[in-house]
Design a protein around this ligand. Sequence first.
Ligand SMILES: [Zn+2]
Ligand SMILES: [Zn+2]
Length: 451
Amino acid sequence: MASLTFYGGAGEIGGNKILLQEKNAKVFLDFGMSFDFGCDYFYDYLQPRSVNGLECYLEFDLMPRIPKIYSEKMLKFTDMPYEKPDIDSIFITHHHSDHTGHLCFLDEDIPVYMGHGTKKMLDLYNILYPRFNTTGEHNHMNLFKSGDEIGIKHMLLKPVHVEHSTPGAYGYIINTESGNIVFTGDFRRHGPKQEFTEEFIREAARSSPTCMLCEGTRMTPDPEKQYTEEQVYKKIKDIIGDSRGLVFANFAMSNVDRFKSVYDAAIGNGRELVIDTRLAYIIDGLREKVELPDPREDENIKVYFRLSKSCRFCDTDYLKYEREFLDKKITYKEIGEKQKDYVLYTNFNKLMELVYIKPENADYIYSSSEHFLEGEDNEDMRRVLFNWLSHFKIRLHKIHCSGHASKKDLEYTIKKIKPDLLIPVHTLNPEEFKKIHDNVLIAEKEKTYSL
Ligand SMILES: [Zn+2]
Ligand SMILES: [Zn+2]
């Protein structure tokens, strides 16, 4: 009989760490970090040192005490003895940290499976932000593509791509002796790759699953507004069309659909899109997996270079990956002189550039998670952002659509797949699922459920 244990992902959005066991087969579905991980004990510069491994995390019960899973190095200063791992493998849905952020604690010999796109994203981010590398070392990293079938003892796991706000996202259809188990991962069906999700839904329905683990980020009691990526594109295009000055566009670097929307909207208004060296590196690195313009060649793209450490625009002051884009270099000087010619990719940490650019009649499109502008925990940053916008008399526009399925689309997906048992994960409102399915299990953290 198969069983599921939720070490994360139950009663929270994110932090997926789901153990599936049957007979002697043991696999984890995702090994992510909760969004609020450590926030009760660590703050600002008060952070555990990486050399301590799991010591601080176990002290405060922040990590589950699962034997035979963590690496010897990570257990070194803890009261948990190191034992050889007995987990067959870890299966990752996509690169977001709430699904991969604790991979670094695992024994290096446990095989890890992830999609080619997921690995590419992790590699790109680890080059850009080596200090935040949470992937760790793994002696057996296995890459798959959608539709592959992976045997783990008597179980068969089939990853099928889904659409999400980042490339390389997968759900799983898992064949066990207790029937088929479907795991959606994070998904949506209102973007340009919605056919991926439709394919997953079709395959999942065909498997007549006994159990479905369904994400429910947007399963809320109240209806909410819903834009498609196409609508977001049109609104961004209109804002740029109406602007009498420079347009700033703030969006997540890994959201290549949003990059494309902003890129198309800029071109549609006869403007060039100016991106920074990091985004240029991500877009360039993903071109082998996703259809994207070439930031080195595309005539509609320029790459923004900040004043370097020497306070000059000296090429040798820039990092190696940045120098790849020097042929496309543009600085605050050119942008400041012809503000109406450009759309400039930006984020909170780049506000300093406004001092140099001196924007006039500018517009700022905030096209990322509403949480930053509306949530309770970012008040200080929000205040600072608003002060900057107000100082330079910049108009703020909010336009975004989520990487997660709406309540309506969750209902559609569940009704199509028709599982015998539905287990909500990655949600704060699991009870809501009872309104659309008559056999819902609300899982609790660290409890084991037999199927
Ligand atoms: Zn997630
Ligand atoms: Zn995600």
